[in-house]
Design a protein around this ligand. Sequence first.
Ligand SMILES: Nc1ncnc2c1ncn2[C@@H]1O[C@H](COP(=O)(O)OP(=O)(O)OP(=O)(O)O)[C@@H](O)[C@H]1O
Ligand SMILES: [Mg+2]
Length: 724
Amino acid sequence: MAVSAGLTCGTLAVVRYTVQNRVRESVWQELHNSVRTYRVFQKREEESLARSAALLAGLPTVRALMSTQDSATIQDASGEILKESGADLIVLADRRGAVCAVQSTKAQIVPTTAQYLLNHTFEKGGTRDWWLAEGRLYQIVTRPVEFGQRGQNTVMGILVAGHEIDQKAAQQFSSVIGNEVVFRSGGYVISSKFNAEAQAELLTRLGSHDDPFEIQLGNEQFLAATEKLYSSSGFDVSLTVLKSFDQATAFLASLNRVLIALGLVAVLSGSLFGFLISDSISKPLARLVQGVQALEKGDFEYPVPSAGKDEVGLVASAFEGMRQSLRQGQEEQKLLEQRLRQAHKMEAVGRLAGGVAHDFNNLLTIIRGHADLLMERTENEPAKKSVDQIQKAAGRAVGMTRQLLAFSRMQVLQPRVVDLNSIISEMGKMLPRLIGEHIEYSFVSAPDLCSVQADPGQIEQVLMNLAVNARDAMPDGGKLLVRTAKVEVGPAEAAKRPAMSVGSYALISVTDTGHGMDEETKAHIFEPFFTTKEVGKGTGLGLATVYGIVKQSRGFIWVESQPSRGTTFEIFFPSSTATTAAPAPDVPVARARRGTETILLVEDEAGVRDLAHEFLKAAGYKVLEAHDGADALEVAARYSGSIDLLLTDMVMPRLSGKELTRALREARPELKVVLMSGYSEYSTDGSDTKQFSSLAKPFSMVSLIEKIDEVLHGTRVPEDVMKG
Ligand SMILES: Nc1ncnc2c1ncn2[C@@H]1O[C@H](COP(=O)(O)OP(=O)(O)OP(=O)(O)O)[C@@H](O)[C@H]1O
Ligand SMILES: [Mg+2]
């Protein structure tokens, strides 16, 4: 806008300057022409003056008058001659040149002045001259008054006729040429229109300028050109022609207006053009720049509207696409991070819970074991009742510990290739009773379901926990639907469910029509001890157990729920290519017989060690005791007799149960081994654990003795893990 305004003003100034110069030049040209015109005009005036002087001099009355040679008579009669002549000045002199009469229309010119001027004219020779008398300028011609025939006759006197160059003359000429005219002679100005002040100003300038010049008179600017008409030693006469420059350039003002209007139109259309450009290019570009800057600062929400199909529009829409995909990427990243954090948290809580459960297991082993011992040893009924209560409470505590262990994936599992459909069908008999008649139970099984590797007992546990939760969410009744499906997870699906990899899965989904959950609840449900149920109603271990079991079976669990819209749990187990194994046949457990063998008992927890010692002694076994692996090696080394079985804790400081076994078997290759453990070790894959029989803690007297008997006498397959 400023640029176009500036350009327009500049153009106007240049145009104005050029036009003024042109006008000035043409005015000067005109002034020169006017001055030249005056020369012609003056010539004609002189001619007519000369003619009338010749006429006068030839008049008989004038001749007769001159012949009188009497000054007074001539002076008296000369008034009539002036009237007849039409001239402004008449001077009559005798033949010697002495002035006899002077007559003029305006000023009173004394004879001495006329004599002086005439003498001067005679000195110069010639018949034409300029006179300045009493402030008046005259153009004069002289003519002899002769007696007899012209050229032969004697001269009787001299006649001078003058024509005054006065204001009127100036005005006449001025009107002929259309410009102002100023005559100057000596210190006098004879002008057509200018006042005294302007005349004074003119006089000072005229003295110093011959060339064209500019002058300010009043409030008008004039251009002037001067021509010298006459010059002699006494005085000079000059003509100055002036033209008002303001009038000559008056048309410039209207031209200016037109130009300014044009300029305005140019500026406005320039601005409009600029606006259009800014609207179609600059603004979208500015928005694009803002969008890029916002993106730079990490603001993925700043939208860049893509308008138009031009280059800017295309760039804007490409940028918008990029922003959206970046935002999506960021959201996915956030979701992943959140899931990862959740997984880490569950991991940490799991380790904590597992650690607590491990120590707790030892304590429970002692409590339960001694309760068992007490029960056997006492006949006192009230005491038996108390012991019974202790056993029941300990049993509940064992259940909880097991759930915690399940959550922390430290449970001793018995994984087999199983058919989920048949497990769920089996449970179908028991589940309706568990959830009550007010809830409608249905199971939809997929016929082509692939088999999975899992512990059937744990799958039952999972279903039970989910069913109980569903029941609690539908106190006024509803529907519980259990469904299985074969699911092929492709890359797209796997991306939606991070941590899941591409492959085929068996899906169990459990859907209820209960009160559902809000986001806050959903975020915590798998944490142990998280419950929304009132105190005493829920432990908050149900879903933690489910989670642990699913994870330990390398499965995945997802929950979909909204307040008052029901809940769906989805559990994916990776498919197993192996064929379904038939459950191990229940080999009847041989009744425990009285033992006679020697057993090396290794346990770092003194309470558990003492208890196991008591149990073994009571069953008739000879017991060697060691408080850890290293101690056990020493004990074995010192003992010269045969050791039939090593009963050792799996996790011990310095030397683990397995390492101890290996060391002892070097000297005693026939040594039989039972490993005691509160949990399947987190870090091992359990492969070599299978070489040994294991005994889950907490154990009871019966389970311990049965296990020992079984290993010593082979009443059961050694791979089997015994339930405590
Ligand atoms: N099907 C469901 N519908 C609505 N809320 C549920 C459902 N399943 C679980 N929840 C919510 O998750 C919480 C945790 O469940 P979880 O099974 O771990 O513990 P609990 O049922 O409260 O106690 P516990 O199972 O140990 O007796 C519940 O308290 C409940 O708020
Ligand atoms: Mg529950």
